[in-house]
Design a protein. Structure first.
Length: 190
């Protein structure tokens, strides 16, 4: 079991403030934690917590999920970046290039290898200049890449790496993607 966490000094749980949760759900974190404790949520699976919230308290499926995740993290039932299928981490970077230039740097295996330094990556699906889904070189984890035009010749690339085995793998890949996106910047801009 994961150690229970405490709300940060800013009052955030799972990265969301109590005020934001109250504005969208009518209750703050302290109230949701108490309600879910009383409902026996410590013994429920994530899906069951979210479904119970949706049926009994919160209209929005998204906010039901968010409150369930916050509860699980606060009560030590889930670690940061942990999902049902493993750990998930993400990084993004805005570059002074077009979305098509970003997309092409990912699409072309030879170009991608120059800045990413990885081989054995397989493109599963791709929508030109919008998105790409890859099987990572380990053959088991998935990388989702989104490309966004930001106006005035700028674009953003956002990477989500999913199905990572544990927190340590998540931390390692978060560092890796930060460095890789810096190398991509150097490759395309410098």
């Amino acid at each position: 079991m994961v150690k229970a966490t405490r709300k940060s000094r800013s009052g955030k749980v799972a990265g969301v403030s109590s005020a934001a949760v109250r504005a969208k759900t009518g209750k703050g974190w302290d109230e949701w934690l108490r309600i879910l404790d009383q409902a026996g949520a410590k013994k429920m699976k994530h899906k069951d917590i979210a479904e119970w919230l949706r049926k009994n308290h919160i209209e929005s499926s998204w906010w039901s999920q968010m409150v369930a995740v916050g509860y699980e993290q606060e009560r030590g039932l889930r670690q940061k970046h942990q999902k049902a299928s493993g750990f998930e981490v993400g990084r993004s970077k805005t570059l002074p290039v077009s979305a098509s230039a970003l997309y092409n740097a990912w699409k072309d295996a030879r170009v991608r290898r120059r800045w990413l330094g990885e081989t054995g990556i397989k493109i599963r699906t791709a929508t030109p200049n919008k998105s790409m889904r890859l099987t990572w070189s380990d053959g088991t984890t998935i990388v989702a890449v989104q490309f966004y035009g930001k106006g005035r010749g700028n674009s953003q690339v956002a990477v989500q790496h999913t199905k990572l085995k544990n927190k340590k793998a998540g931390e390692r890949m978060k560092r890796f993607w930060g460095q890789a996106l810096d190398r991509l910047y150097d490759h395309l801009v410098k």
